[in-house]
Write a protein that binds this ligand. Structure first.
Ligand code: ACO
Length: 377
């Protein structure tokens, strides 16, 4: 080792820049986008309005919202060549297929050689629409079906669900999906947004930043938890088994998925909005056991609350997707669909006062080795 340094492994607790987008108080469990509390946005806003708020920094008036909505709708169709790309990677996990396809989309974007703020915002808005179409097109293509053309009659959430199987969902289902997208739209410098900023820090473009963000999001410590929570609920199978199941995990020092958060040491303020959704939906669908299983897991984890380990946003999301007939491996892509406006504004902020993000590693290997010719090794 060369010298004594203070290490911040995982960059825990390190501030690396300033942002005007998302405020998080992890101790109190507060989340605000542009100063607006997530509870108000979840109850009263829509994904379209929240995206505008994140990107432009203010709530839109009626005209601005309707223009923005029209713009989002106009970008829903994918360039024809993109379907060939999806076909080539159709057997990949949907997150891997999404990552490859977003990367390929840069070749077809009319602003591909323009890294100005205006062009970056245009590309971010286009990606917001296109990513939703890619996820469902890939899903249909991998099942040997034709992709379903997006509809311009539905909002972002309704159109996303419609492209799954061509059926228009009921309004409650659309509203719950819309809320889920609002709750996922941004979250400060989490692993995927930080990754996007690192890429933007080199002055690479937003397609590169979002591609890298998708790669970071795909891991189970970040976006993959909703998929794992659903698997856990299936493995538990019955509310009566939940307590023992959780005890076994903890005795073996394994993680209970959907619990814990690097920043929140109080309950994740997004989780409660989805809890109510699971309760209502599971009763409506005649499958109340899913809600009961999740609540039993929460009960079994209650001693961990004292250590700051509470449910996070992913805990209730998975069951909602499952009850809407969405396959488990599409859960993380849904997170990505909601997160594009957040990555867009993080990239824009990074560009505004850009700096190369380049921390240091403390070297702990050998030094001053004499070179040995291959014949002597
Ligand atoms: N179940 C059981 N114990 C846990 C959990 C959990 N879900 N989360 C943290 N702990 C414990 C750890 O075992 C550790 O205990 P120790 O100090 O006795 O070793 C302590 O809490 C601190 O854990 P860290 O891993 O150091 O905390 P960190 O901030 O790095 O982890 C993370 C955050 C990765 C989210 C973690 O809580 C986890 O793995 N959770 C499960 C996966 C999950 O739900 N991910 C989604 C995150 S939210 C999102 O991305 C939208």
């Amino acid at each position: 080792m060369d010298k004594e340094v203070t290490l911040h492994r995982g960059l825990q607790g390190v501030y690396f820049d300033r942002s005007e987008t998302t405020f998080i108080d992890g101790k109190e469990g507060i989340l605000e986008y542009r100063g607006y509390n997530i509870n108000d946005l979840a109850e009263h806003s829509s994904f379209e309005e929240t995206s505008y708020l994140l990107i432009y920094g203010k709530l839109p008036n009626k005209e601005e919202l309707s223009e923005f909505d029209a713009m989002l709708k106009s970008y829903r169709k994918l360039p024809e060549e993109i379907f060939d790309v999806i076909n080539v990677v159709k057997d990949s996990h949907p997150m891997d297929a999404l990552r490859t396809t977003v990367s390929a989309l840069s070749s077809f974007d009319e602003d591909r050689n323009d890294n100005s703020e205006e062009a970056t915002i245009r590309k971010g808005i286009r990606l917001t629409s296109q990513v939703a179409t890619i996820v469902m097109a890939h899903h249909n293509i991998r099942n040997g079906k034709e992709p379903i053309d997006p509809s311009d009659k539905l909002n972002h959430a309704g159109n996303f669900l419609y492209m799954l199987n061509g059926k228009i969902p009921d309004q409650d289902t659309i509203d719950l999906m819309d809320k889920d997208f609002v709750l996922h739209a941004d979250h400060g410098s989490n692993a995927s947004a930080f990754t996007a900023r690192v890429v933007a820090g080199t002055s690479a473009d937003i397609h590169g930043a979002v591609t890298a963000g998708i790669a970071a999001l795909s891991g189970p410590s970040h976006g993959g938890a909703a998929e794992n929570v659903m698997q856990m609920a299936k493995d538990i199978g019955n509310p009566e088994n939940a307590e023992n199941y959780v005890k076994n995990l903890l005795v073996n020092r394994e993680r209970v998925m959907g619990f814990g958060h690097r920043v929140y040491k109080a309950e994740d303020p997004r989780a409660g909005h989805l809890r109510e959704g699971v309760r209502k939906l599971s009763h409506q669908m005649g499958e109340p056991e899913w809600y009961q299983i999740l609540e039993k897991v929460v009960e079994a984890m209650s001693p961990y609350a004292r250590r700051g380990i509470h449910v996070n946003v992913d805990f209730f999301a998975g069951v909602i997707y499952y009850l809407n007939g969405i396959p488990q491996d599409l859960f993380v892509p849904i997170f990505a669909v909601g997160r594009i406006p957040g990555w867009t504004i993080q990239v824009v902020e990074q560009f505004r006062h850009n700096i190369l993000i380049r921390p240091l590693l403390q070297y702990t290997g050998k030094r001053k080795q004499g070179y040995i010719p291959i014949s002597d090794r």
